[in-house]
Design a protein around this ligand. Structure first.
Ligand SMILES: O=C(O)CCC(=O)C(=O)O
Length: 281
């Protein structure tokens, strides 16, 4: 995992931030990692405004912005720090090039939660033992890992202690046993979570047991995007942004929305390009 992984810049030409050895170690043993404070105030302002319009006044947005990741929110898709993690834990390098990501967008949703909103529902875990069709995979070799379906949670508002965000049974992506009831209830000491400033990303493997919980901060809502990535020739969620949304993105970002196949030899027979006819469904 120490080699330089392509692409080395994101679609806006910003240098990708490679994962450090400490981040790789934590992601591997826990199954998740928090990347705090990735957005400037200006970026946050325009992403938040876009999300609220998308949720509550969608018709007021131009067509190319009518998507969770349309308009100003497209920068979240391949933020340099997120690409650094996905390059290291998900990318299939045979389909990666300087102008093409080695992983794909899978699906997303935006969640706006007021105090009292409860999303409790632990699920997942033991993904190390899943076969490929399940997508919720976690695989390891000495010095390398592969996290199949990988979730990036963008926290657009600050998260304070006990506010009630996503919780993880750290390490359970490698668990051989199902979690016993007394260790997976709300009061289990095994649950771990995070605090972070607005504009942070939390990356976790969907092979890990995790859950939402009750947002309890009356001063501040939770506003988050839950965006999943996958290997290029695998897709879990149905759907893809509309062609006009993708057309408004720079070319490298569009490669996140390729059709779900691998192929071989040269483009167009190997899946290292995006065009409207090669768009995921
Ligand atoms: O609601 C949350 O914080 C977690 C959601 C979740 O479990 C998921 O998207 O897989």
């Amino acid at each position: 995992m120490n080699e330089t992984l392509l692409p080395s810049t994101n679609a806006d030409g910003l240098p990708v931030v490679p994962m450090s050895a400490a981040q790789k170690y934590q992601f591997d043993i826990k199954g998740w990692i928090c990347l705090p404070g990735l957005l400037s105030e200006v970026q946050l302002g325009s992403v938040r405004a876009h999300q609220m319009k998308f949720l509550y006044e969608r018709e007021a947005l131009p067509l190319e912005q009518r998507d969770n990741h349309g308009g100003p929110s497209q920068i979240l898709l391949d933020h340099p720090a997120v690409v650094g993690v996905l390059n290291a834990v998900l990318s299939h390098q045979a389909l990666a090039a300087e102008d093409c990501y080695g992983f794909r967008y899978d699906h997303t949703y935006t969640s706006h939660r007021k105090s009292g909103h409860d999303n409790w529902g632990p699920h997942g875990g033991g993904g190390y033992f899943n076969f490929a069709g399940n997508s919720h995979l976690y695989q390891m070799l000495p010095g390398r890992v592969h996290a199949g379906l990988t979730r990036v949670v963008w926290e657009l508002n600050e998260v304070g202690p006990g506010d009630g965000v996503t919780m993880f049974l750290s390490g359970s992506h490698k668990a051989a046993f199902p979690p016993p009831e007394e260790l997976s209830g709300r009061d289990s000491p095994l649950w771990e979570s995070y605090t972070c400033p607005a504009g942070s990303a939390v990356v976790f493997t969907e092979a890990l047991c995790h859950t939402g919980t009750k947002w309890v901060n009356p001063e501040r809502d939770r506003l988050s995007l839950f965006t999943c990535y996958d290997t290029v020739n695998s897709k879990w969620g149905k759907g893809c942004p509309a062609p006009e949304v993708i057309a408004a993105m720079p070319p490298k970002r569009r490669t996140l929305f390729r059709g779900v196949w691998h192929g071989m030899t040269e483009v167009p027979n190997i899946n290292k390009y995006y065009e409207e006819a090669n768009r995921a469904v």
